[in-house]
Write a protein that binds this ligand. Structure first.
Ligand code: DGJ
Length: 728
């Protein structure tokens, strides 16, 4: 076996330096990918890592032997290894034989592209493999266009987005794993020889169990600010699969739509574009990967990434389904008094024949329940104006209940399997609409469009999704296309979201799916933010937000202060602790402010004012994770820094108090060693008793090398501090 490998390797190296070869290096400020397209047929990935120059390529070939891999390997012919594509041709031939037709560079307004066009030597099949370096970021993405150049149908069995070799060595896979109310825990796994598969099958909440994102270390166990780390995330909202295939000598990441039960028929002349897989490489550990994705997200991968987010009150945990005009108005007035800027009315406002009083009915009937809101939405947007806040509203437009006027009128609009009873979800009656059907796409679009046409002052929509794809059947798709259901559902959803974005570019839209079921770059291009979790317990949120921050930026992370004891975990936490945790992300409140004590109200008003002061650093700055809550070192800490490092915001929490314990020193990687900072306690519980470090100055060098000692502030159960450090 070994002999075979080395023969193959030297053959590849020969190809790589053959005279007909065209070598391409595509770079970002800190990373490069190198691809060779030989005019005599084959194309290879030669390198992905820290930045190199075009004239480094020969040196690379001189000293490396086990990296070079085919660019987009095919199934069925001259290949006994992993594949990027597999198809059944019209005559039953199950193979492809792809060869380079052309290669070249181009650019679009957001990046530099490299495109290699492969064509089958005999059959009319073309694959274009793209790499794009996004301007002003360290992200390179890859995807492909698969085209049927003939007239007869081709069946696609596998259609990957990325086939990425990585350097095999002491590799660890880092990924986010979770469940409802426990999203995005961090798993660190040494990569064994064999295969690790991360895949999602829920169909709808496709980021819940395993997020479609991975980091892979190349030089040992994962560290925050040192070590070589690859990062990749798939921009697909439906079922996906990421495979890490390893042997003694090789490691390959293969990512794309989950092809299980998803054969796709490519008609004559049709092109199937696979979703992008966005990648980065860091010499600064996991922290470098996270910062690269955060920068790219704000620039390109979510809505309004440069616009500061409003501080909001959401009605859900305050009143649940108990919506009424006076209560909504009272909440608006109260959040305004605290310094909030937006009020969001959650579930429970709609349903005419079937009023939405709990989860058992009404989804699909998006008309206001005038028993609860006699003046309709209009009177709420007007009230919001009077109370000095913007207005937002909750919808769950991809769903219906069996108990709804919509289902009575259009029973064929739900996903359903022939000769079987519909599987139902929440409330025993929830079902999923069939977004493969263009009529249903129009309906789902109209939910937002009608609300906005009738109430142009709506500033914010919370788009929820609380069910899975359980019944793989569409009355719209023909019998021989049922296997395309999940792919076509998400193509339909994209169309709807794109239509909404085209017509309402300024609307703020939150992506929610029973909490964090859709925290994914597959959704974010159309959304401003996501709801991290239905678990609003500040203690557990520290873990959830820590994990989520590995790929997703604070500006998109909705984090709300809720009641104590917490409604999900029943844990009691101090009011200040809850604020100090929510202020890590896009700050919001999710309780009834009328139930706050006077002292809580006074504190909340001060904390909200402080948050406004640091909002640009939190939402637009660079994240440094300092002490992980998962390491159980008694405290956890993180920091945001403005791009010029003139402002730092440090958060620290005691999670595991023991009497007479030592509180670890917090070293501020990310502080500018040449600056001197003045410290301010942003959220003292008693305004007249800030923490002992308040007002002191300290150099970046000391912060970096010695660190902050916060014993006095953190030496009690669930103690916390938020400090602002401003360069003098
Ligand atoms: C699930 C969401 O995650 C909650 O925040 C809330 O909006 C409920 N749905 C409403 O039904």
């Amino acid at each position: 076996m070994k002999i075979f490998y080395s023969l193959l390797t030297s053959a590849l190296s020969l190809f790589a330096i053959s005279a007909s070869a065209q070598h391409y290096v595509l770079s970002t400020p800190k990373t490069s990918i190198a691809v060779t397209a030989n005019q005599d047929g084959n194309a290879y990935i030669q390198y992905y890592g820290a930045k190199i120059e075009q004239n480094d390529i020969q040196g690379l070939f001189n000293v490396r032997s086990n990296f070079t891999r085919p660019l987009y390997p095919q199934h069925g012919y001259n290949n006994n290894k992993e594949e990027a594509i597999s198809a059944i041709l019209p005559d039953g031939n199950t193979s492809l034989d792809l060869a380079v037709a052309s290669a070249g560079r181009s650019s679009d307004p957001t990046g530099q592209l490299l495109v290699v066009t492969l064509k089958d030597k005999v059959y009319p099949v073309q694959v274009k493999v793209y790499f794009k370096a996004y301007n002003g970021t360290d992200i390179i993405s890859t995807w492909s266009d698969i085209t049927n150049l003939g007239k007869r149908d081709i069946k696609l069995n596998r259609y990957c987005s990325a086939f990425m070799p990585l350097q095999r060595g002491d590799n660890y896979l880092v990924h986010m794993h979770g469940a409802w109310a426990a999203e995005n825990e961090i798993d660190n796994t040494p990569v064994p020889n064999g295969e690790i598969v991360l895949a999602e099958k829920d169909g709808m909440r496709t980021a819940w169990v395993n997020n479609p994102s991975i980091m892979m270390t190349l030089d040992g166990s994962p560290r925050e600010e040192s070590g070589q780390v690859f990062g990749g995330t798939l921009l697909w909202s439906g079922n996906y699969k990421i495979r890490c295939v390893a042997s003694n000598r090789r490691l390959t990441v293969i990512a794309g739509i989950n092809e299980d039960n998803s054969q796709y028929t490519l008609e004559g002349g049709e092109t199937f574009t696979t979703p992008e897989f966005a990648m980065t490489f860091s010499n600064e550990g996991k922290g470098g990967v996270s910062r690269a994705f955060h920068t790219w997200a704000r620039k390109y991968a979510l809505q309004h990434g440069d616009r500061l987010r409003d501080i909001l009150l959401n009605s859900w945990e305050g009143v649940y389904f108990d919506i009424s005009q006076p209560k909504m108005e009272e909440m608006m007035a109260n959040v305004h008094k605290l310094g909030g800027e937006l009020f969001v009315m959650d579930d429970g406002w709609f349903g005419n024949k079937y009023p939405r009083n709990n989860g058992t009915s009404s989804l699909g009937d998006w008309t206001v329940d005038t028993r609860k809101l006699p003046g309709g939405i209009k009177s709420l947007t007007e009230a919001a104006k009077r109370h000095g806040v913007k207005f937002g509203i909750w919808i769950e437009p991809e769903m219906a209940n069996i108990k709804s006027e919509l289902y009575e009128k259009h029973p064929d609009w739900i996903l359903q399997v022939k000769n079987r009873k519909p599987t139902v979800g929440r409330g025993g009656t929830q079902v999923l609409l069939d977004l493969c059907n263009p009529k249903v796409q129009d309906f789902v679009y109209s939910v937002t469009d009608n609300l906005m046409k009738e109430n142009p002052d709506i500033a914010y929509i919370k788009w929820d999704c609380n069910f899975s794809l359980m019944d793989w059947g569409s009355t719209y798709l023909p019998a021989d296309r049922q296997s395309e259901l999940n792919v076509r559902y998400h193509m339909g959803l994209r169309k709807v979201l794109q239509r909404i974005r085209t017509k309402y570019p300024d609307l703020v839209i939150q992506c929610c799916a029973s909490g964090g079921g859709r925290i994914s770059y597959g959704f974010l291009p159309w959304f401003d933010e996501f709801w991290c979790s239905d678990n609003t317990d500040a203690f557990q949120r520290l873990f959830i937000q820590w994990g989520t921050s590995h790929f997703y930026p604070a500006i998109a992370m909705a984090a709300h202060v809720s009641a104590s004891p917490n409604h999900q975990t029943k844990r009691e936490t101090p009011f200040k602790f809850r604020f100090d945790v929510a202020m890590q992300g896009r700050l919001g409140i999710e309780l009834d402010p009328a139930k706050m004590s006077n002292q809580e109200r006074e504190f909340a008003t001060r904390a909200i004012a402080s948050y406004k002061e640091i909002r640009p650093v939190v939402q637009l700055g660079d994240l440094y994770r300092l002490i992980s809550p998962f390491e159980h070192k008694c405290i956890s800490a993180l920091m945001y820094a403005s791009p010029d490092k003139s402002k730092l915001v440090v958060y620290a929490y005691n999670l595991n108090y023991l009497y007479y314990q030592g509180v670890p020193t917090i070293k501020l990687t990310g502080a500018d060693e040449n600056k001197v900072y003045r410290i301010k306690d942003l959220t003292p519980w008693d305004a007249s008793k800030p923490c002992p470090l308040n007002g002191k100055t300290v150099s970046g060098r000391v912060l970096h090398n010695s660190g902050l000692q916060l014993d006095a502030s953190l030496n009690s159960p669930m103690a916390s501090v938020v400090l602002e450090l401003v360069a003098e």
